[in-house]
Design a protein around this ligand. Structure first.
Ligand code: SF4
Length: 334
């Protein structure tokens, strides 16, 4: 009898915690960012973070995803608000939030934008993995007023994470004005970074979705064919041990999985996607329907199994990871 071959597609369960929506950049497609003068600008309070973490722990999440606007400390009004909750620098606040997550039994994954080598050294022991979207290597109009989106700065930050052996998530944002050639170049650079440092665990292929009130509100999102082409290129160009991730709340993953996508990222039973709030997460049962036949879903942690087995884990996080994983480095069945 011939054994049936099943494709394995992974996902993780997270709570999505937007630490602040103030940001020094002004990306043309961003509906998340707020200026410090905007009444909707916020810094999340530690009590609120604690409440989200507790809910996440109760509902079986493993990951605390901390997202940001980039380098908000450049605004005096932001710094004043941060001081009011007891901190001089965002990094110190973030380190405390990571400690709070670890105490709750969740694994931090921070995504605060471009970071220096020294900042990464401080965050490394408290993060199971970290992330920074490369988005593109092209210089685009969408990034004209975004100093943090200069491609070289982002490449340097991703390389620094590699030098420090931080398991890393990056990705492309598709349809923001870049060409197919730009996407190939971006993927080749990510592939080279991984060949050099071995730290890229996944590459997100994310479709741009227009947001009302932004300068790109009328810009066409990429077609499904364009996304399919990009997923195929990613699978072709990236080394085999780098997963290609597609976000299941933004695009139907079934066909993309047949063409090389193997991960669906973090889904949350407790929190919304604050960057794309109009797109709800599917739950695990819905995901099972979406992935199609001959595919099994397997839950992972925010750090991929190979990095757990190879010991890319700090002493601070080892007890949680040991408790949550099976012998292969995946989430134990709950
Ligand atoms: S996409 Fe990110 S970096 Fe760009 S403006 Fe929005 S929050 Fe800032």
């Amino acid at each position: 009898m011939v054994a049936k071959h099943y494709r394995v597609v992974t996902y993780s369960r997270n709570v999505f915690i937007p630490v602040t929506n103030m940001c020094r950049n002004h990306c043309g497609y961003c509906g998340f960012r707020r200026s410090p003068d905007d009444p909707q600008a916020y810094i999340i309070h530690p009590d609120r973070v604690n409440e989200i973490l507790q809910r996440g722990a109760r509902s079986g999440c493993t990951e605390a995803l901390f997202t940001f606007g980039e380098r908000p400390d450049e605004y005096a009004k932001y710094s004043k608000r941060l001081k009011a909750i007891g901190y001089d620098h965002t990094l110190d606040y973030l380190l405390d939030l990571c400690r709070m997550a670890i105490k709750t039994g969740l694994l931090p994954h921070c995504n605060p934008g471009v970071l220096s080598y020294e900042e990464l050294i401080l965050l490394k022991p408290l993060n199971a993995s970290m992330g920074l979207m490369l988005e593109t290597t092209a210089h685009l109009q969408a990034h004209d007023d975004s100093p943090g989106k200069v491609p070289q700065k982002r490449i340097e930050s991703i390389a620094n994470a590699g030098k420090l052996k931080i398991p890393f998530t990056t990705g492309l944002l598709v349809g923001i004005g870049e060409t197919r050639g730009d996407r190939v170049e971006s993927l080749e650079i990510i592939a080279d970074l991984h060949r050099q440092y071995g730290h890229i665990q996944e590459v997100i292929i994310q479709n741009f979705t227009p947001k009302p009130g932004t300068s790109m509100a009328g810009h066409e999102p990429p077609s499904f064919e364009e996304m399919l082409w990009t997923v195929e290129q990613a699978r072709e160009i990236l080394p085999d041990d780098v997963a290609v991730q597609v976000p299941p709340n933004l695009i139907s993953p079934g066909v993309l999985i047949q063409h090389g996508a193997s991960d669906l990222g973090g889904i949350s039973p407790e929190t919304i996607d604050h960057i794309n709030p109009e797109h709800e997460w599917p739950d695990v049962e819905e995901l099972e329907q979406k992935v199609g036949r001959d595919t099994v879903l397997r839950e992972r942690l925010p750090i991929y199994p190979q990095y757990i087995l190879d010991g890319w884990v700090s002493a601070e996080l080892r007890p949680i990871i040991n408790e949550l994983t099976d012998d292969e480095g995946y989430r134990i069945n709950i």
